[in-house]
Design a protein around this ligand. Structure first.
Ligand SMILES: NC(=O)c1ccc[n+]([C@@H]2O[C@H](COP(=O)([O-])OP(=O)(O)OC[C@H]3O[C@@H](n4cnc5c(N)ncnc54)[C@H](OP(=O)(O)O)[C@@H]3O)[C@@H](O)[C@H]2O)c1
Length: 282
């Protein structure tokens, strides 16, 4: 991958939210290997410390670790201040990755769920980005938001999450235009099913999660689910100078899931039932 050359992020300071698990943790380890100085956020202190140690082993630099709940404004402000103060006001890269998913369509989802999902996935991203923009203008830096295939396509049974991810795609394109004259690039990645803690935290047990991952054979054109490292690779490309002419882009990292249409699924034995299953995807 063109951008992922050891040392390619030397001298850059990157703030990654949700770095204590999954895609954020993989991105942190990769950025460390590429030479970035890191500020990592999460709620789970033990997990964040573990990722911090792994980053130090990868890149030889100790990341700044900042715990906080990004749905609480004061936490977001404290975390952000900790990051910029720790690197004397330098910030080159913001990866807005922290997020949660919840199950339920229009008949099941509650207003409480709507608020929780939107506050976590969208409002905190809006807040963190507003705090970061003055610093990113100074460095002509860039932002990558972690959206989802749910931002690009419609699925039944996962309404509030899908609304939040559509909002992130719109946010990405609008902020890219707002900041283009300042030479700050803003992009997002739209992962398909990726092997992390996300779905189990939303209530799937081990067996259900295993079945969900297995179905990726049919729901993703490449016939499998993705690994968080594959999303991290795309993020590393987008933040690199190799992506210097890319802004406002929403890039699927989804094994071709966004390109599928119902007829593409007919190759599956019992394709119709798979569609029905797909429509209750989380
Ligand atoms: N996995 C997938 O299939 C998939 C597909 C498409 C998009 N995505 C997106 O990828 C992003 C990362 O998810 P993941 O799959 O890596 O899931 P994950 O393993 O559950 O990690 C989620 C991260 O977000 C943090 N987080 C959640 N709520 C937070 C809050 N209120 N305040 C601060 N941090 C918070 C978590 O912190 P703690 O663990 O410390 O609480 C954790 O570090 C999300 O935006 C998700 O929507 C995932």
């Amino acid at each position: 991958m063109a951008g992922a050359v050891r040392g390619s992020l030397n001298g850059k300071v990157a703030l990654i939210t949700g770095a204590s698990s999954g895609i954020g943790a993989s991105t942190a380890r990769l950025f460390a290997r590429l030479g970035a100085r890191l500020a990592l956020t999460g709620r789970n202190e033990a997990n964040l410390r573990k990722v911090g140690k792994e980053c130090e082993r990868e890149g030889g630099k100790k990341p700044i670790l900042l715990t906080g709940d990004l749905t609480i404004d004061a936490d977001t402000e404290r975390v952000f201040k900790g990051a910029v103060d720790g690197y004397q006001g330098q910030l080159d890269i913001l990866v807005n990755n922290a997020g949660i998913i919840a199950l339920g369509g229009i008949q099941k989802a509650t207003l409480q769920q709507y608020d929780k999902i939107m506050n976590t996935n969208v409002r905190s991203m809006f807040h963190m980005t507003q705090l970061a923009v003055p610093y990113l203008i100074q460095t002509k830096g860039n932002i990558v938001n972690v959206s989802s295939i749910n931002g690009l396509r419609a699925f039944a049974g996962v309404l509030t999450y899908s609304i939040s991810k559509h909002a992130i795609d719109a946010f990405t394109r609008c902020v890219a235009l707002d900041l283009a004259d300042k030479k700050v690039r803003v992009n997002c990645v739209n992962p398909g099913v990726t092997h992390t803690e996300l779905h189990k935290r939303a209530g799937l047990n081990e067996k259900e999660y295993e079945a969900y991952l297995k179905r990726a054979r049919f729901t993703h054109a490449l016939g499998r689910y993705g690994e968080p490292e594959e999303v991290a690779d795309c993020i590393a490309f987008l933040v690199s100078d190799q992506a210097s002419f890319i802004t406002g882009a929403c890039i699927p990292v989804d094994g071709g899931r966004h390109a599928l249409c119902p007829s593409s699924l007919s190759r599956e034995e019992g394709g119709v039932s798979a569609m029905a299953q797909q429509s209750s995807d989380v």
